[in-house]
Design a protein around this ligand. Structure first.
Ligand SMILES: Cc1ncc(COP(=O)(O)O)c(C=O)c1O
Length: 351
């Protein structure tokens, strides 16, 4: 039997399990744009409760949910403060500017994590000549820094600062589930420090599609309009929401296994002299490849070498690879990935 692909490119590559497919098949549906899809409604209620918010809305993607939040909390010509590596700044096609006329102001940090002291200098003094600071958007876990967990105290500090200045807080919690497993805090403990919170169902939880945005009722009523404007009001979305409900009930417990596998992968690769690894806090491993000879990066050759052994990762910087663990990667897959890195190092020594 041929070996399975070990796909570590992202935690979005998971396939629905037979039980999740059965839940999808059995879902009761209606027309969600008309407000009567019972399964979507249930998913929104369950997620709102988990996050301790009044209301939640189901979205096809995290990007649309993030951008809806920025549109609602921000204003045309206004500014939203983000960390320099933030997803909303780097991976959302300039949507805040293109769709909502919002300028993103980036704060550079060594570890991707915002706190009150880092945000404070970026808040504009009130002036007729400067853009108005509307909101700060934090990301937990922080993708670009390798899935780092934002401490709850930092989140609380940012929220207090924001309140003092009359600005809002959005939490991009695409991987909030991972942050909660790693920190031991509940989703609601983090969410209480934000006006809007996005959580993904299509990462870590193994759903085919979907994210949820939560907040207070008035904010979410406005969000409903923005989602509609962006083309995100769906019809029989209960089929997709059923996967989310199933995953929230059955898949959160296994996230700690993804974290353990990420640590095992990191430890295994770190033992090989050709690589150094950023110690993972959650499910993302960043691997720096030491360049043996000056010249073009060896990453392309290494990626191809891995691909020939059915190990998939992506480049995440000039000499950096990213590997993300998830439900569809098991211990054997991690062992194969570590062995492939060892093989590569040995082959380089022979050259
Ligand atoms: C931190 C973060 N925010 C937002 C998103 C966007 O989610 P989606 O791919 O569902 O649009 C991603 C996707 O990878 C992400 O990693």
């Amino acid at each position: 039997m041929s070996e399975a692909v070990v796909d570590l490119r992202s935690d979005t590559v998971t396939r629905p399990t037979p039980a999740m497919r059965a839940a999808i098949a059995a879902a009761e549906v209606g027309d969600d744009a008309l407000g009567d899809d019972p399964t979507t409604r249930r998913l929104e209620e369950v997620t709102a409760e988990l996050l301790g918010k009044e209301r939640a809305l189901f979205f096809p993607t995290g990007l649309m949910a993030n951008q809806t939040a920025l549109a609602v909390l921000g204003r045309w010509g206004g500014e939203v403060i983000v960390e320099a590596g933030a997803h909303v700044l780097n991976y959302e096609e300039g949507a805040a500017a293109a769709l909502s006329g919002i300028q993103l102001r980036s704060v550079h940090t060594p570890d991707g994590l915002l706190d009150a002291d880092r945000v404070r200098p970026a808040i504009r003094p009130v002036s007729k000549y400067a853009p108005r600071t509307c909101a700060v958007a934090v990301e937990n876990t922080h993708l670009f820094s390798g899935g780092r967990v934002m401490p709850l105290e930092s989140m609380a500090g940012v929220a207090t600062l924001a309140r003092e200045h009359g600005i809002k807080v959005h939490l991009d919690g695409a991987r909030l589930w991972n942050a909660c497993v790693a920190s031991g805090h509940s989703p609601a403990e983090y969410a209480r420090h934000a006006d809007t919170v996005m959580v993904a169902l299509s990462k870590a939880l193994g759903c085919p599609v979907g994210s949820v945005l939560a907040g207070e009722t008035a904010v979410m009523e406005e969000a409903w309009r923005v989602r509609r404007r962006l083309g995100g009001a769906m019809r029989q979305s209960g089929l997709l929401a059923a996967a989310g409900l199933y995953a929230l009930a059955h898949h959160r417990a296994a996230i700690s296994e993804d974290h353990a596998r990420a640590r095992r992968l990191a430890d295994g690769i770190a033992e090989i002299a050709d690589f150094s690894v950023i110690e993972p806090e959650t499910n993302i491993v960043l691997i720096d490849v030491h360049q043996r000879v000056p010249g073009p990066s060896e990453i392309d050759k290494l990626l191809l070498f891995l691909e020939m052994r059915k190990i998939l990762m992506i480049q995440f910087g000039t000499n950096r690879l990213r590997a993300v663990t998830h439900r569809d990667v098991d211990d054997a897959g991690i062992a194969r990935a570590i062995a492939a890195f060892g093989e590569w190092a040995a082959s380089q020594r022979r050259i």
